[in-house]
Design a protein around this ligand. Structure first.
Ligand code: PAZ
Ligand code: MN
Length: 919
């Protein structure tokens, strides 16, 4: 569908009289601002990013950059930098080389360029944003990647490291290429292979492996994950996965069971405090070894896959076989309980070839899993531990394995103990080895500083062992194309059927699931890349951060998931059109658009198949995933043109609106302002219904319709309470708020005609205003980077805004037509500031906001959340320490029914005063 707002939006018009503001007028349009980056800017970014990384740091995996100097030409894109004081050890990776698999964890740094953004720099100074928190040494942002290889294909691992230059600090470190010799490079490694393959690494990469104790590493890795990753641990019973919130103040003691080739059971009492209390030689190696002999399968995963279709009763001797089909109820054993694994074979004179490999593999899997579960529980009992965490590559996210272990623990403990699993199960040792670099700094990190992302077309991410690494975008796209070709059913997810259970005997057989995604891609999607953003913080004004849950709609409810899945899929073609157009509609853009659509659909299909595959799933996660996917295929701002056009059209009528508002008395004006925010929230390109509307009429028609719907009472209407807090009742004049945080939403009319006039009112009343906007684009939401220019334009029409913006440092660069205001009445105008929220999504998770916002929040006593994403999908039920106003128009019928028992286009004005029962 063509972008019809190209014509319609420009009809949002100026008005000649105040009351005519919402009436039709001649159109106004201006050419869009240039989006290109000048050569000069580009050169600056190269140099600045170089300079930005040149600060000395004691944390690892960072470098000693003291005395660093660029060798050669400054104009070069990636000039070599000499690091005269760099010590030997510069690795950003660690290995766990086991008997069957090599696990690799590596860190890549973000290319942060704080100097480029003057607004950010100014705000940091103004708000005194601390650098690096409480740490004595800073940590740069970056990403933790998880990769594995088969040990017998060691050369693939060596090639991968070489290709990514991990032994030299990572490929993104251009300074390093050719500048450093690796003779003295030391890489931390654990597992038996660290001893066995020392020479291979020395010869292949010129590096020395520094051996770390395996148990130390396992425990350090598990402790790190349980503390720093939010949805790390989960239970898995009868096909149902549930994440467990671990309180890190109450983590110890616990039993860690690492199921690798063999099994170790470790009692963990604290950081670095543990004891290996038991183990068993019957583990993953046994399953693979016996499985290979008995089934002729070539790989571990093949045997596991086979077991999905097996029936172990063909091989196992069951209680019913002994008791003529009856239960042995006196001692609580059902007929289907396994009395003896493989026991049936002795009474039959059949050859191996007469048994189905499927049945054998299932029998083997059950035998080993039950045994591990049972021994683990007995050890937990022996040491009085009621939490057991299972890790290791035997489990590999396999539902039936987890169910079987859980069943054993549950059965033998009579429900007293619970088996828990770890999402990064196979990487405990490698992570622990990574942590063992001196003064790493990662130990101090908290859950909110990690953001997990699930890139598509990056098959190395924790999945099966894959071919060459995907370096650039082009490779990613081709991978996406190939991936979809191989699994054409990817868009038809297979619903999960609940497994049959036979009571005490456990499950009859595994339920099978969609095979298409079980291939290469499935495992690759189970864990993501951990983005380390040290500047993320918990929003300090949350009333109870521990109880805070951002999502309002629970997608664990299958019908909700299906509904939102369909909504997002239906929106996809239109979004792809916009994205492709935003990049000039070139063939390259079309190819990327297509790859994006495939990638996002594949993610959706995966989540439909297993909603908890990527951690706990809420609607906010789905909406963010979409934005992340767009960014992955280099669509940096799909709605850029629409946003610019709507901003311009709205700014053109702002003056008239302000005049109209100024002619009103205080009370009428406050109501008109709130109405204005609600009405203008209709300009939302993420809502299907709204996009349909834009195709049917001009923006002015829509705006008028929207205001007409503003008749009170609104569906949720706390305006009177809010008005009383603002204006008081009778002669009592309340103190104004000290500082208000206004979480703005969409570009165009929403921010210009809705939120800015409200901000102006607060400023006029003596309240400092901080406009909080997205760090990265999402749909047509306005970003923090875009706001200063919008405010500068608005300030041309309004002295209050101009004074406030000047005071808030927003007009540093803006070419404002500064009429000299000698009028004293504006002297006391408080500052208007802009901060970024740390998000790139239409929603906001208050557990992870920018340090800039967290700092600005410390002096705030009023929070205004605007829009469906931030005030309804997320945070509708959130409570804050201070007054909170949630304003949104509901632009989805189902949500309106569900949340407010209302209808599409109803309004929500929810006010919760600090200390009130609701807040
Ligand atoms: C993406 C959105 C949350 C954005 O809403 P906003 O925050 O801009 O008010 C919303 O448009 C939405 O939920 N859209 C999907 C539902 C639909 O198309 O009806
Ligand atoms: Mn929005």
């Amino acid at each position: 569908m063509a972008d019809s707002t190209t014509t319609h939006s420009s009809s949002l018009s100026t008005a000649s009289s105040s009351s005519a503001f919402i009436q039709e007028n001649p159109s106004l349009s201006r050419p869009p601002a240039s989006q290109g980056q000048s050569q000069e800017e580009e050169r600056e970014s190269v140099m600045v990013s170089t300079a930005a990384s040149m600060h000395r740091s004691g944390s690892r995996p960072q470098l000693d950059l003291s005395g660093a100097a660029i060798q050669g030409n400054f104009e070069e894109r990636n000039p070599i930098i000499l690091l005269p004081n760099q010590s030997d050890d510069i690795s950003c990776m660690a290995l766990d080389i086991g008997g069957s698999l090599i696990k690799l964890v590596y860190f890549s740094r973000h290319e942060d360029n704080p100097h480029k953004d003057k607004r950010k720099k100014y705000m940091k100074q103004r708000l005194e944003v601390p650098n690096g928190g409480r740490r004595s040494y800073p940590i740069l942002g970056g990403r933790l990647h998880f990769v594995k290889f088969e040990t017998r294909k060691l050369n693939e691992c060596v090639d991968f490291i070489k290709c990514k230059q991990l032994h030299r600090g990572g490929e993104e470190n251009a300074w390093n290429s050719g500048a450093l010799q690796n003779e003295n490079v030391v890489i931390k490694a654990t597992g038996g292979g660290a001893y066995k393959f020392t020479d291979v690494f020395k010869e292949g990469l010129g590096v020395t492996l520094d051996k770390e104790d395996e148990m130390d590493c396992l425990v350090a890795g598990a402790n790190f994950l349980l503390k720093a990753i939010r949805h790390e641990a989960f239970t898995h019973m009868e096909g149902h996965k549930e994440f467990v919130q671990i309180d890190h103040n109450d983590l110890f003691p616990y039993l860690l069971v690492n199921v690798g080739s063999g099994v170790s059971m470790i009692k963990v009492d604290g950081y670095g405090k543990f004891q290996r209390v038991s183990g068993t030689n019957v583990g993953g190696g046994t399953f693979w070894g016996l499985g290979r002999l008995l089934t002729k399968c070539k790989s571990f995963d093949e045997i596991l896959e086979l077991s999905q279709r097996g029936d172990n009763s063909a091989v196992d001797m069951l209680v019913g076989d002994i008791y003529g089909g009856m239960d042995y109820s006196k001692i609580g054993l059902s007929a289907s309980t396994i009395a003896s694994s493989f026991g049936k074979v002795i009474s039959e004179s059949k050859d191996l070839s007469e048994y189905r490999p499927e049945d054998i593999s299932l029998s083997l899997l059950r035998m080993i899993s039950y045994n591990i579960g049972q021994i683990s529980y007995l050890n937990a009992l022996r040491y009085g531990l009621n939490r057991i965490f299972f890790g290791g590559f035997f489990i590999r996210g396999h539902a039936y394995t987890m169910d079987t272990i859980s069943f054993a623990v549950h059965f033998w403990s009579k429900g007293e103990a619970q088996a828990m699993f770890l999402r990064h199960e196979g990487f405990l040792g490698a992570l622990g080895a990574f942590m063992s670099y001196d003064k790493h700094g990662l130990e101090d990190l908290m859950a909110h500083q990690f953001v997990e992302r699930f890139p598509m077309g990056a098959p190395y991410v924790g999945g099966k062992i894959h071919g060459p690494p995907l370096g650039d975008l082009n490779e990613k796209i081709s991978w996406m194309e190939k991936f979809v070709q191989r699994g054409t059913e990817i868009l038809a997810p297979v619903p999960m059927a609940p497994p049959g259970t036979t009571g005490l005997g456990g499950f009859e057989r595994p339920y099978s699931r969609g095979d298409t995604l079980r291939s290469d891609a499935s495992a690759a999607l189970n864990i993501g890349v951990l983005h380390l953003v040290p500047s993320l913080e918990v929003f300090p004004l949350l009333k109870d951060p521990k109880k805070y849950e951002p999502n309002t709609i629970d997608l664990a409810d299958r019908s909700e998931l299906e509904y939102w899945f369909t909504v997002l899929l239906e929106h996809l073609p239109d979004l792809v059109d916009k994205a492709v157009a935003s990049e000039g509609g070139t063939d390259d853009a079309k190819r990327r658009g297509d790859a994006f659509a495939r990638a996002f659909s594949a993610h959706l299909a995966r989540l439909m198949e297993e909603p908890a595959a990527y951690g706990k799933l809420g609607l906010a996660n789905l909406l963010e995933l979409r934005e992340e996917c767009l960014r992955e295929f280099q669509f940096s701002d799909a709605y850029i043109t629409i946003k610019q056009r709507e901003n311009e059209a709205s700014l053109a009528v702002l003056h008239d609106l302000l005049m109209e508002l100024d002619s009103m008395d205080e009370e009428t004006r406050l109501l008109a302002l709130i109405e204005g925010v609600l009405a203008a929230n209709i300009f939302d390109w993420g809502s299907r219904a709204c996009v349909d509307l834009y195709h049917k009429g001009t923006i002015i028609d829509i705006y008028r319709m929207s205001r007409k719907k503003m008749q009170r009472p609104w569906r949720v209407d706390d305006f009177d309470t809010f008005r009383e807090r603002m204006l008081g009742s009778g002669d009592q004049k309340p103190l104004p708020h000290r500082r208000a945080l206004l979480f703005v939403d969409n570009s165009g009319a929403d921010v210009v005609l809705g939120m800015l006039p409200l901000a102006r009112e607060l400023l006029r009343r003596g309240t400092e205003v901080v406009l909080v906007a997205n760090s990265l684009p999402a749909l047509n939401d306005v970003t923090a980077n875009e706001l200063p220019d919008i405010v500068a334009e608005a300030a041309k029409h309004c002295d209050i805004l101009r004074k406030a913006a000047e005071a808030g440092g927003l007009l540093v660069d803006a070419m404002v037509d500064c009429r000299d205001v000698s009028d004293d009445k504006f002297c006391s105008i408080p500052p208007l500031m802009v901060v970024e929220n740390g998000c790139g999504s239409p929603c906001i998770d208050f557990r992870q906001v920018s340090s800039e916002l967290a700092t600005a929040a410390k002096d705030a006593d009023l929070i205004i959340l605007e829009g469906m994403g931030r005030a309804l999908h997320t945070n509708f039920n959130a409570h804050f320490k201070f007054d909170a106003l949630k304003l949104a128009m509901v632009k989805n019928q189902r949500l309106a029914e569900k949340l407010i028992n209302g209808n599409i286009y109803d309004s929500v004005c929810r006010y919760e005063a600090a200390g009130s029962k609701r807040s």
